[in-house]
Write a protein that binds this ligand. Structure first.
Ligand code: C5P
Length: 235
């Protein structure tokens, strides 16, 4: 079983308000994309880690070479597209027929735990597609034009995370159908759901946050300092 992970880093991430694209924003001096690539390479079940980067960031990514040199399993970068789904398509197209399982991960989620990646890969192998998610603690409202249109049952609401993982043929079929029908999603397993195929939910870690706004980066930095302080205290 050959397993590849696409680490999507081709977005602009304008909500972060950083002077560089989000994936290149440093967290304690290390860009988010480097942290996420390293986190994926640490997973024993993963054979190949594929960075998907905007062509406009070619030089910026090349400049990370010293930091990437120590990361095993890394392939050459693949150039992403205008939408997240285009970036995923480009990453998938770069994989050979030898790849059986594909996971897709946001470069903006640097805290993902290896054991959760392994669990979502195992579920995708068994079911066809799977995602990490956490039960929501807030009540969720569906809102349109400033008015509540629906309140889904909270016990059935989960917040989707990445990685989301797929048998390669399932992801190929789902992307081909979405492209043929002009369907775009911000969530990868959505493309499989719409084909009526099963998607397994694997309970993840609330700490696997996506860095979106500048306050997320500040909170992430504080968390890293806490983790370091804990490490030192138990050493
Ligand atoms: O914008 P958002 O935070 O939802 O993006 C999630 C991930 O998808 C980010 O890591 C971003 O770099 C990636 N992405 C991409 N190509 C795009 C848009 C987003 O690789 N065209």
């Amino acid at each position: 079983m050959t397993v590849a992970v696409l680490v999507l880093a081709a977005g602009r991430g304008e909500r972060l308000g950083a002077p560089v694209p989000k994936a290149f924003a440093p967290l304690a001096g290390v860009p988010l994309v480097v942290r996420s690539l390293a986190a994926m390479a640490r997973v024993r079940e993963v054979d190949r880690v594929v960075p998907v980067v905007a062509l406009a960031d070619r030089d910026r990514f090349a400049a990370l070479a010293p930091g990437l040199a120590g990361i095993p399993k890394l392939t050459a970068p693949v150039w992403g597209g205008a939408e997240r789904q285009d970036s995923m398509q480009a990453g998938l197209a770069s994989l050979g027929p030898d790849v059986d399982l594909v996971a897709v991960h946001d470069a903006a989620r640097p805290f993902v735990r290896a054991r959760d990646v392994a669990r979502v890969l195992a579920a995708a192998r068994d079911v066809g597609a799977a995602l990490l998610a956490v039960p929501v603690t807030d009540t969720i409202k569906r809102v349109r034009a400033g008015r509540v249109v629906e309140t889904p049952e909270r016990s059935e609401c989960w917040a989707a995370q990445t990685p989301q993982a797929f048998r390669a043929e399932v992801l190929r079929e789902a992307l081909a159908r979405a492209a043929a029908e002009g369907f775009q999603a911000t969530d990868d397993v959505r493309l499989v759901e719409r084909l009526g195929l099963p998607v397994a939910v694997v309970e993840g870690d609330p700490g696997n946050v996506k860095i979106t706004r500048s306050e997320d980066l500040t909170a992430a930095h504080a968390r890293l300092l806490d983790l370091r302080a804990c490490d030192e205290a138990v050493r």
